[in-house]
Each structure stands twice: as C-alpha cells, then as structure tokens.
Design a protein around this ligand. Structure first.
Ligand code: MN
Length: 424
C-alpha cells in the first residue's frame, strides 16, 4: 500500500488549486440549478469493481509483453487492487475469476479486509482447459455436444457460486466461448437448447439473494457463430431463466457503431439490465481503456442509467473489463475508474426537465444540446474533491508515480513470460 503521509503531502501541493476550481465550478453549476455538493456525494458513492485479472499485463493472440512487478497470484492482485482503491476511492470491490484466483476463502477474506476491499461478482472459466481436467472445452462447454463435458461446466459454475457465497459475493457472471468456426459445424438450435439446459441447472444453484449475469459477445474466440451472440438472445435467456437472471453488457461485445445506449435503454425498460463490463474499442472487442476512444458513447450510456435511477430494483453492477498492453495496469485502471465516474457526473449534470420538454416539443436541436451541455462540463474538480473527502488522492496517477510502488513490487515479483491475455 502507499504511505498515507505521501498521499497527504501530494494532496497538500494541489489543495489550494482544487478548492479554487471547485468553488468556481460550484458557482457555475448553481446558475444551472445544480448543487455541486449533492453531485459530489453521488459520484463519491459510485463504485466500480476491478477484475482480478486486470492488474496483470494483458496481451493479444500474437504476443504478451510482461510488465514490471506483475502480480504473481491472487494476493498480489488484491494488493494492487488495494492501491487502486486507496488512491481513487472509486473501486471498493474486486471481481474474482475461478480457477485463476482459487485460494483458501479465509485467506482471501482476511487479505481483502486488510486492504479495505470486498468481493463483487464471481466469474467462471470454461473457455480454456485446466490441468487434470476430465473433459476438454475445445468444442464448447455448457453447450458442448457431449453431455459429461456440459455437466463438468455446470459443476464448475456451481463451485464458483459456492466459493462466492463464502466470500460475500452476490452474483455470478457467465461468459462462455462456445460457438462455431464453420457453417454447419453445429446445429444452431440444438446447441442453444443444450446451453439453456445447462444454464437452467446453474440457475437452480443460485442462493435466493444472488443474481446470474449472462454476457453476450458477437464473436471470438469462435469466429463463425457464438452461442450467446447478442442482446436479443441474452434477453431470451434471462427471461426464460427467471427473475434472478439478468443481461450483462460488455461495451466491446458488439458490432462497430452499434447503438449500445439504446440496447441499455431496452434492457432497463424490461428490468433485465444486470450490469456492465466497461472498456472502449475502435474496431471490435479491443478491450481498450474505458473512455479512451469514445468518451461521448460512455456518457450516452450513463445518460440512460441516470434516466433510470431510482426505478425499483434498478441496481446494475459495474466492472472494468479491459486489457492493458502498453500501460501500467494500475495506472490504466485508476484512470478508467475515474472515466466511469466522470461520465456519471456529466450525465447527472443534464437538465432532465429541459431535455424532456425539448423531446415533447420535438425540438431535436435543444434536446441534443441538453446532453452536450452535460457532457461538456469539466467535472474534474467534483471527482477530485470526492476522492479527497474519502481519503484518496487528488491526482492518483501522479501520487502513484511519486510513491514508487511499481519499482518496489518489481523487486520482489519476478517477470512472468506468458502467452495470452486472459481477458474476457
Ligand atoms: Mn466482459
């Protein structure tokens, strides 16, 4: 963890400027009818989960270039997540991936408690084979034509629920790589029927206060068809499974230029939006840093979420899901968590009454201007003040660099040459 006195010293250098910027923004927002402290409170309470695998350096299907001081195991990963939370105060939870993060639950709970972290949704892994595994997932997992293979995949998901229940998790996210690479390789309908049978068995194992998130993805690792390829199929699945089943939207899992905010609105309207995997993309499932390419799209998603705030049962889960190939993963995750909070703050600064009035008047220009006004607001003083209030850093990246954390852990964590990114 980062020394508290270093954070305080770093903050002291930036405090006067922040107070001045915050006061100026407060005045500006008051003229627009917003109370800056109320916005800050909401932003400060907005948490985003860090995926355990995100703190390692990612890779592509061509190569992986390991970074300095990468985490060796789940306890190193938790420490890195602890630093991200310590500086940003935006990431109070960690999402585990089984079996990568398997460890005695008492040790996991103890470490998380020491670091001020909790556990978010559990993630199952049936897209690769593990040593000593009975059946291979080469031709699919929960939808495999072979019944014992499907059963093995179901059992793995039930084990994830069992582990998660001990850790205080309340959700299971199921993403599978099942699909085909050739027309005719599998019968679409029979494959999907097998998927549904398996998911029914997993759903039956949910504790009553748990949610099941199914995550659609258009393509990859299968490149001709994917068993759960889009939000429509995802909606069918969540609806057929029952009230504890929800759709998870990974921003990168759609065709380029897909209107994702509209998908979000549709799922909200039918009470089936379970949550998000945040990232950004240019061409496909690029897993680029959240908000790095198209921050306006992220804002438009949050515009829908703010519009739905307060609806009964509306509690979407939020996780970053991105691959860091050329940056320090801790720095990228800190910046991305702040980008999520930024989009939320900007969406909170849309004049909803004026927006609705313009929509009712068919005044397209004024309606879209209301959105732009929110998006154009520089909310950085709100985010920084929320962090400061919570004991975090005014400038997390500068403070992280000043602390020399990466060099310190690099001295005790050897470089691991590995293949593949392990990003879902
Ligand atoms: Mn994902």
């Amino acid at each position: 963890m980062i020394d508290k006195s270093l954070i305080e010293a770093q903050n002291a250098r930036r405090l006067a400027a922040l107070q001045s910027d915050y006061a100026a923004l407060g005045e500006h927002l008051a003229r627009r009818g917003f109370n800056i402290d109320a916005i800050k409170k909401k932003v400060g309470a907005y948490g985003i989960a860090i995926p355990s695998w995100g703190v390692g350096t990612g890779g592509t299907r061509f190569a992986r270039f390991p970074g300095e001081g990468e985490p060796r195991h789940i306890f190193d990963k938790l420490e890195d997540c602890g630093v991200i939370q310590q500086l940003t105060r935006a990431t109070p939870t960690v999402s585990l991936h089984i079996p990568w993060d398997k460890a005695p639950t008492a040790d996991l709970l103890g470490k998380a408690s020491d670091l001020g972290l909790r556990f978010d949704a559990m993630n199952s892994n049936t897209f690769q084979d593990q040593p000593q595994q009975r059946s291979s997932y080469k031709y699919g997992s929960v939808s495999n034509a072979d019944a014992p293979t499907r059963m093995q995949a179901v059992e793995h998901n039930l084990e994830c629920i069992e582990i998660g229940a001990k850790l205080g998790s309340k959700a299971l996210t199921v993403w599978v790589g099942d699909g085909t690479n050739f027309p005719g390789q599998q019968d679409f309908t029979r494959q999907f029927d097998r998927y549904m049978d398996s998911l029914h068995a997993i759903y039956a194992g949910l504790p009553p206060d748990w949610r099941l998130f199914t995550e659609h993805k258009m393509y990859e690792p299968a490149f001709y068809s994917t068993v759960l390829q889009d939000w429509g199929t995802n909606y069918i699945i969540a609806t057929e499974l029952g009230p504890q089943a929800y759709c998870l939207v990974d921003l990168g899992h759609h065709a380029p230029n897909t209107n994702i905010e509209m998908i979000v609105a549709r799922l909200i309207s039918r009470q089936k939006l379970g949550g998000f995997h945040f990232n950004d993309s240019k061409y496909g499932d690029d897993d680029l840093d959240t908000g790095s390419v198209d921050p306006y799209r992220l804002f438009l998603v949050f515009n829908e979420l703010v519009e739905a705030e307060g609806k009964p049962g509306f509690t979407p889960a939020h996780m970053l899901d991105q691959s860091h190939n050329v940056t320090d993963p801790i720095e990228s995750l800190m910046v991305s968590a702040m980008e999520v909070q930024r989009a939320y703050a900007q969406a909170l600064l849309v004049d909803r009454a004026a927006l609705h009035a313009a929509q009712d008047d068919n005044d397209a220009l004024m309606a879209t201007t209301q959105l732009k006004t929110g998006f154009r607001t520089d909310v950085e003083p709100i985010l920084a003040m929320a962090r400061l209030d919570a004991g975090g850093a005014i400038d997390p990246v500068a403070t992280f660099r000043a602390a020399g954390y990466r060099a310190r852990v690099a001295a005790i964590r050897p470089k691991v040459m590995g293949q593949g990114g392990g990003i879902v």
